[in-house]
Write a protein that binds this ligand. Structure first.
Ligand SMILES: [Fe+2]
Length: 199
């Protein structure tokens, strides 16, 4: 049978239900360090893939946020259609963000996470805070996609040469294919064809 705690016991140890708040300690793994897992890849290969994936992660997070900005701020005759399309692409980019970040962790690295760190790392130009016309919104998105596609193709090639098939597959099957498809859906909006009467 369990012994009842006395008032004196509680005075010594305090209540067990008391939450420990405001805890502080040094990091368990600093950014840039690889903590190797047994996945049959060398630390050097993991470090290179982590570095590349953090770049594509920062750019994917920026593109994801650019889609939400445009989802909220879009205006004009195609408001409803683009409002929905931008949010669909936002969702697909969000899935990519999680897939890339979790691969960085399984490679023993640390994925970028916070907006300030993403802003320092991304290669995608910062848009203004204000609203812009639809063709400008779409042009910005297309440029962001191209930045990602360009880097993802060279990173995929490097991962393949290094024998990191998982990273190569993620970049080709997820990043490249998703971005290429989204480019098609965007670019067709910039074709100047008549709505009612043929030219
Ligand atoms: Fe919404």
């Amino acid at each position: 049978m369990k012994k009842q705690r006395s008032d004196k016991d509680y005075k010594n140890i305090g209540s067990r239900a008391k939450p420990f708040v405001h805890e502080e300690a040094i990091e368990i793994q600093p950014y840039g360090m690889i903590v190797k897992l047994p996945i049959a890849l060398s630390e050097k290969v993991c470090a290179k893939s982590v570095e590349n994936l953090n770049q594509v992660l920062a750019d994917t997070m920026t593109l994801r946020d650019l889609y939400k900005k445009h989802h909220w701020q879009v205006a004009g005759h195609t408001f409803y259609q683009l409002h929905l399309l931008f949010d669909k692409h936002f969702g697909e980019q969000s899935e990519l963000v999680d897939t890339i970040a979790e691969r960085i962790q399984l490679l023993g690295g640390i994925s970028l996470a916070m907006a300030a760190d993403v802003a320092e790392t991304t290669m995608i130009p910062r848009p203004p805070r204000g609203r812009e016309e639809v063709p400008v919104q779409i042009s910005r998105l297309l440029h962001a996609h191209e930045v990602i596609l360009l880097e993802a193709r060279s990173m995929a090639k490097q991962a393949s040469e290094d024998g990191d098939d998982g990273t190569n597959d993620l970049l080709v099957s997820n990043v490249i294919r998703t971005n290429e498809l989204q480019v098609w859906f965007l670019a067709e909006h910039l074709v100047d064809v008549p709505l009612v009467r043929a030219d």
